[in-house]
Design a protein around this ligand. Structure first.
Ligand code: MN
Length: 441
């Protein structure tokens, strides 16, 4: 483990809200995002601390960084995280270390730091979050064996899990242009649907679903033709966010063979605005996925001591729902899914190493998503397709309503946080989207 003073469990900040027990953003977290002040179009790189945002470029302008941390802060004077992502881990670690020092309450210069930094802090209520990076490419995996088994058993009861699953991380190329930041409303898509007989029809999807996923943002890329070895894959991962891979199941079922998902998923993908760095997640590492004795060893290019000893993270992820009627009646949102990244069959490093293994080049800001993070239990199923078993077992909501799939006005909020005994909880913030009616035909 690469732990340093930034991870110290007792560290406190002079920003009071950062010390609240329920904050997602204590001083041990320090996630990066891109924000604009309300009413201003300009985008700035920020770091979340409690319920504030630290404007990194504004701190840099005050001369608070030097050496490697200054070079990293310089990369934060652009309106996206791509330049910082391209610099690599030593730069990220140096910047994180210095920001942690500047925000710490027990530093010998804390009083001076506070004087200099207070003008660079903006309440989160006064900012709008933007897409954190220019995401050039988006690939979505299928890394939960529980999700793959559940979905497979609906489609192929005799052979739920295909024979390749335990050998090769399955994924597809997603659509980067329709990635939107949390809070962006999601328009119900129209598409071609086959109702089981007769010709297909073109209509608004009636089986709209969410998918609870974790995204991994690429740091430094790799040159075309030069795979990233598994033991260096973590150094190419900048951090993680929440991903909602909205899916039109009726469209998907008709179009997916033989080339996989296409328009059923490309209409929108939501991401959370704050990127929690792999540095921040170091204390929450845990051994890679358990393999049963009958399971094959990964091929050597996907295997190594890092994968086995500390390949994944204890990262709890959740999906919550409110309906328009629930909001009307002031009924609290209800949790639909509660799962954990360690339920995945493949680790983030394995996904990245596999993606580059044919020579494919990844670039800073590329997004690799995990696929639906379902676990082995019923409440850990990460989408409605699984939770309602294709709509055959509707969910009953506290409002008395039933749901098979999402209705107009439904709002899905994803949340995530890392937990470890004796350490503060660090959160991913939220990834939210409300469903709008389909546009007029
Ligand atoms: Mn997905």
């Amino acid at each position: 483990l690469r732990l340093d003073a930034t991870h110290h469990p007792d560290a406190l900040s002079w920003v009071p809200s950062a010390n609240a027990a329920d904050t997602d953003f204590p001083i041990q977290n320090l996630p990066f995002g891109v924000f604009s002040r309300v009413g201003d179009d300009k985008s700035h790189v920020g770091i979340a601390i409690g319920n504030h945002v630290l404007d990194v470029a504004a701190c840099h302008a005050r001369g608070l960084f030097s050496g490697r941390s200054a070079r990293a802060a310089e990369a934060c004077t652009t309106p996206s995280l791509n330049a910082l992502m391209a610099l690599g881990r030593p730069a990220w670690t140096a910047l994180r270390g210095r920001v942690s020092e500047l925000l710490r309450s027990n530093h010998r210069d804390a009083r001076t730091h506070r004087q200099f930094l207070e003008p660079c802090l903006i309440p989160q209520g006064q900012v709008e979050m933007r897409t954190p990076a220019d995401i050039g490419d988006f690939s979505d995996f299928y890394a939960s064996i529980h999700h793959a088994t559940n979905v497979g058993s609906m489609l192929r009861p005799d052979q739920p899990l295909l024979p390749n699953y335990k050998h090769v991380p399955i994924g597809y190329h997603g659509r980067a242009s329709s990635i939107v930041v949390s809070g962006t409303p999601i328009r119900r898509p129209r598409g071609q649907v086959w109702r089981g007989e007769g010709p297909p029809v073109f209509q608004a999807s009636t089986r709209l679903d969410y998918e609870l996923e974790v995204g991994f943002l690429v740091g430094p890329g790799n040159a075309l033709g030069e795979p990233v070895p598994i033991d260096r894959a973590d150094d190419h991962l900048f951090g993680v966010c929440l991903v909602n891979d909205w899916s039109a199941r009726d469209v998907q079922q008709w179009e997916y063979q033989p080339l996989g998902p296409f328009l059923a998923k490309s209409f929108a993908t939501s991401i959370s605005p704050w990127i929690v760095t792999l540095d921040a997640l170091e204390p929450y590492r845990m051994p890679g996925p358990e393999r049963r004795s009958a399971d094959p060893d990964p091929l050597p290019y996907l295997d190594g001591p890092n994968v086995r000893l500390s390949g994944t993270f204890d990262l709890q992820v959740e999906a919550w729902l409110t309906t328009a009627a629930m909001r009307e009646a002031s009924i609290a949102q209800v949790r639909l899914s509660a799962s954990n990244l360690h339920n995945l069959y493949w680790t983030p490093a394995q996904l990245l190493a596999h993606h580059t293994s044919n020579g494919c080049n990844l670039r800073p800001g590329d997004l690799l998503a995990s696929g639906t993070v379902s676990g082995p239990t019923r409440d850990s199923r990460g989408c409605l397709l699984e939770l309602t078993w294709r709509g055959t077992e509707p969910l009953r909501l506290p409002s008395g309503e039933e749901r098979r799939f999402l209705e107009d006005g439904d709002e899905v909020t994803l949340r995530g946080y890392a937990v470890r005994e004796g350490r503060p909880r660090i959160g991913l913030g939220e990834c939210r989207g409300v469903i709008l009616p389909a546009s007029p035909a």
